[in-house]
Write a protein that binds this ligand. Structure first.
Ligand SMILES: [Mg+2]
Length: 319
């Protein structure tokens, strides 16, 4: 036995092993950075077409043909400048700041940061909070997150990717607990919490190098039977739903990634279907970033995300 330990230790210190470990670490870092940048870029691209009918048909597989949006151009219902962002990125920043402050998911502290955004306009491009979801607004106004079936929007999904970054070296159980707890600050129904958990676990699998299909199938085996409502996440849809329901938002993010083969292709499809384009873009972008990594994101988009990431400590640490 002792001999074996010696050999393992020799092996661990060999130049080849050290090189391989460094490479794994670099890949992890690139995919974590890509996931956070993807979350931001999806929001920045999607805000242009949010609440609209969209320029691409949501029928699978989505085809990038005809006229469709390719760049971060701003505009949309709020008439924003290019590179502006909405609640998705503001809440991601707020959660990032809280995690950096506490080193773990802390519902009370997260709530404080969301209130800073909601009341004082912190973490926004213009100093004013806007585009606040109904359930989030109710949770922050009353101090208690709604837990009825109608309160299962994608308000937690839009910000939660960064939890996977913080818990990447923790056990799955720790990530599950953190994801559920963090979600329940604004969304307390089990559908929202389980969807958030599945999302965080999926991102972890992708960042640690599992193939998308393998990751989804593993999660399907474990979570499909938990609640009937979750089944849709794992079913290939015929038509993508572009509403703000958390289950179909994650379903769209997953299956758009499955039918596409680059970060750019996936994101362009997500945001050009209209509807809740900013949040569907943000969630799809986080998944795509975790798959392809930061280095695979087009330069014309990355510079916008970098500006935001540099500005806030909670995001800067992942740059
Ligand atoms: Mg938004």
């Amino acid at each position: 036995m002792e001999e074996n330990f010696e050999r393992v230790s020799d092996c661990l210190h060999s130049p080849e092993t050290l090189h391989a470990l460094r490479e794994t670490g670099e890949n992890f870092k690139d995919r974590i950075k890509g996931m956070i940048a993807g979350n931001i870029i999806g929001d920045m691209l999607g805000l242009t077409q949010m609440s609209g009918e969209g320029m691409l048909s949501p029928v699978r597989p989505v085809r990038l043909t005809g006229k469709y949006q390719k760049d971060i151009t701003g505009g949309g219902v709020y008439g924003l400048a290019a590179g502006s962002w909405t609640d998705d990125t503001s809440m991601l920043i707020a959660l990032g700041e809280s995690l950096a402050e506490k080193g773990k998911a802390d519902p009370e502290n997260e709530r404080r940061h969301y209130l800073k955004w909601f009341i004082e306009g912190a973490y926004t491009p213009s100093g004013e909070a806007f585009d606040i979801g109904r359930t989030t607004r109710q949770a922050l106004t009353t101090g208690s997150a709604p837990s009825d079936r109608e309160s299962n929007g994608n308000g937690a999904l839009m910000r939660s990717s960064i939890l996977t970054a913080w818990y990447i070296n923790s056990t799955d159980k720790e990530l599950i607990d953190a994801s559920g707890l963090s979600c329940s600050v604004t969304h307390a129904h089990p559908i929202a919490k389980f969807t958030n958990v599945i999302y965080n676990l999926l991102l972890k699998k992708l960042i640690t190098g599992f193939e998308p299909e393998q990751s989804i199938m593993a999660l399907r085996d474990e979570y499909e039977g938990l609640m009937d409502d979750l089944k849709d996440i794992f079913l290939e849809p015929e038509v993508y739903q572009t509403t703000s329901y958390c289950v179909t938002t994650l379903e769209t993010a997953i299956w758009l990634n499955m039918e596409s083969s680059s970060f750019e292709e996936t994101l362009l499809k997500a945001v050009n279907m209209g509807g809740d384009a900013d949040t569907i873009g943000a969630v799809t972008g986080a998944v795509a970033g975790a798959i392809y990594g930061y280095a695979a994101i087009p330069e014309r988009w990355i510079r916008h995300a970098e500006q935001v990431m540099k500005k806030y400590e909670g995001l800067k640490i992942f740059l």
